[in-house]
Write a protein that binds this ligand. Sequence first.
Ligand SMILES: [Ca+2]
Ligand SMILES: [Ca+2]
Length: 486
Amino acid sequence: MISPDYGEVMMKMYAVACLCAVALITTVSANNLVITNVSLENVTNGAADIQFDMSWDNSWRTSWTDNGGSVGVTNWDAVWVFAKYRQSGGLWKHAQLTVSNHTATGGTIIETSNDGGSHLGAFVYPAAESSGTRTCNDMAIKWNYSVGGLGGTNEVDIVIMGIEMVYIPEGSFSLGSGGTEVSRFYRYPDTSDSFVITNEGEIAVGTVTGQLYYTSGGDFGGPIPAAFPKGYGAIYCMKYEITEGQYADFLNLLDPGIANGYYPNKYDNSRHKIRETNGVYQSDAPDRACNYLSGVWILTYFDWCGLRPMSEFEFEKICRGVKSPWIDEFAWGNSSYVELTGESGVEGSGSETALPTNANVHVTTTISGPVRTGIFADAASSRVEAGAGYYGNMDLSGNLREMAVAIGRPEGRAFIDEYGDGDEYSAYPWYTPVSGRAYTSRGGAWSDTPSNIQRFRTSDRTYSDASVLYAGSSSERGARGVRTAP
Ligand SMILES: [Ca+2]
Ligand SMILES: [Ca+2]
């Protein structure tokens, strides 16, 4: 069911091109998701093909049934592809795509996002059931360059980027495992009953039999409006936590005048390895999960790449899937774990592996900081061995805490399914609640040590009502973005 992989989670590829003719191409290294040979083709009538080759390992699309055969599930992995461009060394801007006329190869579908009339990117995913390395030569996404006021003779630099995602299909799921988790959700009045979400409609919170309730934390207010993303509808979720390589790419494409304001500047603190030299940001461990991210920086990252934070309901869906809960379960679906005690191989290389070899979670006192994303998975891992969520997302329990929109305060309940617009200079509408109580964290972190292993459980809400959790940066906080499926 799960076809995990590991390694590079975002790849960038630069092309310097005249809209009327390809001028120069350079390649940036990567070890898993690889994008090469970027060129501009078919420049005509305000649109152009951004053509490229893309490949990645351990791609899958598969179907199965669960809960005694009563629920059918189809899911797949995907790459969220988007492009940035600049003129004459100016600021990088987001490339708007056309809704169609892309060129899918290698057995894939290219599906454009819908952003209120504009299109920030596209999901590339397998068209049919399959697994293994996917090779897509001469792919193209159609760039609507007239949106940026460009003409066909302007010279531009182009960078195309990909982020590995997992498709989380529409479906009912349970909140709360019925276990002993702090502040857990349950179906009133029995704290050992899960609350089942069966649609995206408004959810009442309260003490009427059958209503959603929780054991502590928050104001117990409601309802949860229909517009709040509940996890029932289909979404894509980043397969991994944001990595240092991804965050460094982001810093390098910001206005150099403001980039320093988003720079953690924590080199060698708690294994953080992003450094800055003459305005260029580089990670010495690009596949490592990126810590020291504040809430505003995370949201700016999402603004820049066209994603949004997940809700805490979505977090439980992504971990648990459609399965009936296992009491006190972790993201991999049971309540057992094997903690990481060391690493084998070259640290920061992206190919280091976990010790012991059957470890499936980073909660430890021996490695004081995050490890590379997906470290517990290889092509042969089961879900439990990989420490993966139901659909194949990695490190949901452990490594870094996962930023999520909380439902325990009005600021969080007001959240709606709204994305960044690709323009980090215009404010993302959900910045303000960072200083309030809109955001929580889920899944525990390396720093919790086994004495706080309860924080790693899928339904644990220890930080459900933290007032300033994401106001500053911390060595244990990270995030991953999601997006409602087109
Ligand atoms: Ca995590
Ligand atoms: Ca914006």
